[in-house]
Design a protein around this ligand. Structure first.
Ligand code: PHE
Length: 339
């Protein structure tokens, strides 16, 4: 019996050393130490032993059990270590490889300048408001003193959804919304997309951006308009920047003006950038027409106001010396990464 026990011990150790995964190890444990295992079956024969032999064999059996258990525990540790090593090998990463750089987006030049302009106007107490791009004819034309047969409509042909609904040609439509909804004092700017059915070239696009400005209160005069625009241009282009107003006509302002800014390139002397003018046209403006005020339920006998409409692309192009408007819409990273 003693021999049988020692044989089990050496057999178990031998087989254990060949096992390489925990499942097979468990099977071995059952085979040697389980209820129907080899050790148990020998212990069942203990009854046949003499009283002297019994404790000796019993002790040996316990010793064999303990040794096999210990071997199993050790083997488990070894197998786990082996598996970990294997896993680490498989998942090895080379920390010396150059990483993948995440490209971080940045603001489009149109947004850079728009943010700046919004900041300047907020500093003067203006609210920034939004208006619909899909608009009723009434807000885009009719309420702005441009009835159906008005010839100025020809210069602002657009995309029609129905006879009555169109893509707005100017942010001036927001003037009407604002004046319908709120009563003076009003001080807002409204930036956004506008549409005209123009063919694409270096200075035209069927989609571009305007920033509308509107101030309505008691006693607002043309000098408030000039002062506001002068301040804007000085902040945008520097303190020595000058503006110039030329008489013009818009159906919804009276009097109306086109506003030019001194050419930053030549300082007013004339150059290729300003086509020898010394000044560059940047926006339309004027005193809100009494009819427009009345159309929106504001008494023109009590209130007056000024309005202006800036072309954002123009301001951005002048700012950065961009000579083709298409660059602003093509999303070419070689261009956009320069800002
Ligand atoms: N809406 C005019 C345009 O698109 C610009 C403008 C706005 C003129 C406000 C006067 C007052 O040409």
């Amino acid at each position: 019996m003693k021999d049988a026990l020692l044989k089990i011990k050496s057999l178990a150790k031998d087989e254990l050393s060949k096992v390489n995964d925990t499942k097979a190890l468990e099977e071995l444990r059952v085979k040697f130490l389980g209820k129907k295992g080899e050790l148990t079956s020998i212990l069942k024969q203990m009854g046949k032993l003499s009283a002297e032999e019994r404790p000796v064999i019993g002790q040996l059996a316990n010793q064999v059990r303990a040794e096999i258990e210990e071997s199993i525990t050790n083997r488990v540790k070894e197998i786990k270590a082996l598996m970990l090593e294997k896993k680490l090998k498989e998942e090895e990463l080379d920390v010396t490889l150059p990483g993948n750089k995440a490209t971080i987006g940045k603001l489009h030049p149109l947004n850079i300048v728009l943010n700046e302009i919004e900041e300047i106007f907020m500093g003067m107490g203006f609210d920034v408001v939004d208006g619909p791009e899909v608009e009723y004819d009434y807000y885009n034309f009719e309420a702005l003193n441009l009835p159906l047969d008005h010839p100025a409509r020809d210069t602002q042909d657009t995309f029609y959804i129905t006879d009555n609904i169109l893509l707005r040609t100017q942010t001036s439509s927001v003037q009407v919304h604002v004046m319908e909804e709120k009563k003076p004092p009003l001080r807002i700017i409204s930036p956004g997309r506008v549409y005209r059915s123009d063919a694409v070239d270096a200075t035209h696009s069927p989609l571009f951006h305007q920033i509308e400005g509107l101030v309505v209160d008691k006693g607002i005069t043309m000098s408030d308009l000039v002062g506001t625009l002068e301040l804007l241009m000085k902040r945008l282009y520097g303190d020595d920047c000058k503006i110039r107003l030329r008489p013009h006509h818009f159906p919804f302002t009276e009097p109306s003006a086109e506003v030019d800014v001194m050419c930053f390139n030549c300082g007013g002397k004339g150059c290729s950038m300003c086509k020898d003018e010394g000044y560059i046209e940047l926006l339309g403006a004027g005193m809100v027409h009494p009819k427009v005020l009345a159309n929106c339920g504001i008494d023109p006998e009590v209130y007056s106001g000024f309005a202006f409409g800036l072309g954002l692309e123009r301001i951005v192009m002048r700012r950065y010396g961009i000579n083709d408007m298409r660059l602003l819409f093509e999303n070419d990273l070689r261009f956009l990464n320069q800002f």
